[in-house]
Design a protein around this ligand. Structure first.
Ligand code: SAM
Length: 175
C-alpha cells in the first residue's frame, strides 16, 4: 500500500517539533511522504537533512489548498483516512480499510468540520485523546500487519550512514 500523510493545522511556533516527529514516524514506518498545509519551510529542511544522512526518498511538500489535494487524491482512485479520537475505533474498522493508495490526515489544532465528510474513514486509535504521533504509528503498524507486511523493515537506500543493530552499545557505519 502506498501511504502519504496530510498534516493539517500546523502552527509554526507551537507544532514544529511534533510535526517533525509526525514526518519522521511516517518515514520510519514506510510512508512515501508528507503534505504539509503550512508555509513553514523548516520541517521540509530538517527532513531533507535526515534523508540525506539516513537515506530513502521520503519527502515533505508544502501545500496551500488541502481540499484540492484531497479531491485530486480521490479522483486518482485513492482513499482518505482521517485520524481522530472521535472516529470509529481502529480494531472495529481495520478490515474495511482496503486500498492501494491511502492518504492519512493528521490534525494539529482543531481540523475543519468538512474533513469528517470528505474522509472515507474517520478512525480513532482508541477513543481517548492522545498524541498524533502515537496515533499515526499505531495505524500504520496495524494496517501493515493486516496486509502482511513489516513496516519496521522498511529499506532506506542511499544516505551516508546506517546503524549496525547491536544488543549492546552503538555502532553507526559510514556507507
Ligand atoms: N484539539 C484538537 C481538536 O480538538 O481536534 C486535537 C488535538 S490532537 C493532539 C491532534 C491530532 O491528534 C488530532 O487531530 C488527531 O489527528 C490525533 N489524535 C489524537 N488522539 C487521537 C486518537 N485517539 N485517535 C486518532 N487520532 C488521534
Amino acid at each position: 500500500m502506498r501511504t502519504v500523510i496530510l498534516r493539517l493545522g500546523h502552527r509554526i511556533q507551537r507544532d514544529q517539533r511534533i510535526t517533525t516527529h509526525v514526518a519522521l514516524t511516517a518515514r520510519a514506518l514506510g510512508a512515501e511522504g508528507m503534505l504539509l498545509h503550512s508555509d513553514d519551510s523548516g520541517i521540509e529542511k530538517s527532513i531533507i537533512e535526515v534523508a540525506r544522512r539516513w537515506g530513502g526518498t521520503f519527502y515533505v511538500r508544502r501545500i496551500t489548498n488541502w481540499k484540492n489535494e484531497i479531491r485530486k487524491w480521490k479522483e486518482s482512485g485513492g482513499k482518505v483516512l482521517h485520524l481522530t479520537m472521535y472516529g470509529v475505533n481502529l480494531p472495529d474498522v481495520i478490515n474495511e480499510i482496503v486500498t492501494d493508495d491511502l492518504l492519512v490526515v493528521v490534525g494539529a489544532e482543531k481540523v475543519p468540520p468538512e474533513l469528517y465528510t470528505l474522509a472515507d474513514w474517520n478512525v480513532a486509535a482508541g477513543n481517548q485523546p492522545h498524541s498524533e504521533v502515537a496515533a499515526l504509528a499505531i495505524v500504520l503498524d496495524r494496517l501493515a500487519a493486516a496486509s502482511g507486511t513489516e513496516p519496521l523493515k522498511s529499506q532506506f537506500s542511499g544516505g551516508e550512514v546506517e546503524i549496525v543493530p547491536k544488543s549492546r552499545g552503538k555502532e553507526v557505519r559510514e556507507k
